[in-house]
Design a protein around this ligand. Structure first.
Ligand SMILES: [Ca+2]
Ligand SMILES: [Ca+2]
Ligand SMILES: [Ca+2]
Length: 190
């Protein structure tokens, strides 16, 4: 029984776990010109290799085909030592701010790379932004404030991981299955 449960669990975990990689493509300086990274089923992860030149803002769009938990991080890899990136997440086109993050990771020298830890997202389209620190963007979260004239250049990896959340029907089936197992055990032991 334990073996079957373990096999089922590992099969469930591996479903749709696909890693994708892309390179940043300019111009992506506005929500309207965001680089589209495509649709993903929860379980997929993707990495975008990008560079932030002086005054540059990089926007990316992606969509989730079903609800999932999503984690995002910007990891600076080379360039200006002391780089201070920020990371933004909005609903499609930048309509609704979800989170703008300044810190949480470790970068070239000062641990100031941004991380958005596990966030629940419904199926739909989303916008990601990467640029240098901006106090206004952090204060308002509005996509219109997400810009920085800072002249320093750095390279980064944008890392996105998605994991599925059980849909209510799946969860109900799972509970029903557990109930049946419990009943069978009770009958056997009586
Ligand atoms: Ca760029
Ligand atoms: Ca750009
Ligand atoms: Ca930062």
């Amino acid at each position: 029984m334990k073996l079957i449960a373990a096999a089922l669990l590992s099969a469930l975990m591996s479903v749709g776990h696909v890693a994708h990689a892309a390179s940043e493509s300019e111009a992506n300086d506005t929500p309207g010109t965001a680089q589209d990274l495509g649709p993903y089923a929860p379980g997929a992860s993707f990495t975008v290799t990008g560079s932030r030149t002086g005054g540059d803002v990089d926007f990316f769009s992606f969509s989730l085909t079903a609800a999932g938990q999503v984690s995002l991080a910007v990891v600076t890899t080379s360039g200006f030592v002391g780089a201070d990136p920020i990371l933004g997440l909005w609903t499609s086109g930048g309509a609704t701010p979800l989170q703008v993050e300044d810190t949480g990771g470790a970068n070239l020298d000062n641990g100031d790379d941004p991380v958005i830890a596990s966030m629940y997202l419904d199926a739909g389209s989303y916008l990601i932004g990467v640029t240098h620190f901006s106090g206004d963007a952090l204060a308002t979260g509005q996509v219109g404030d997400f810009s920085s004239s800072d002249p320093n250049a750095w390279n980064y990896n944008l890392q996105v991981q998605t994991t599925p959340v059980p849909e209510p029907e799946t969860f109900a089936l799972f509970l029903a299955g557990l109930g049946t197992l419990a009943l069978m055990r009770r009958r056997r032991s009586s």
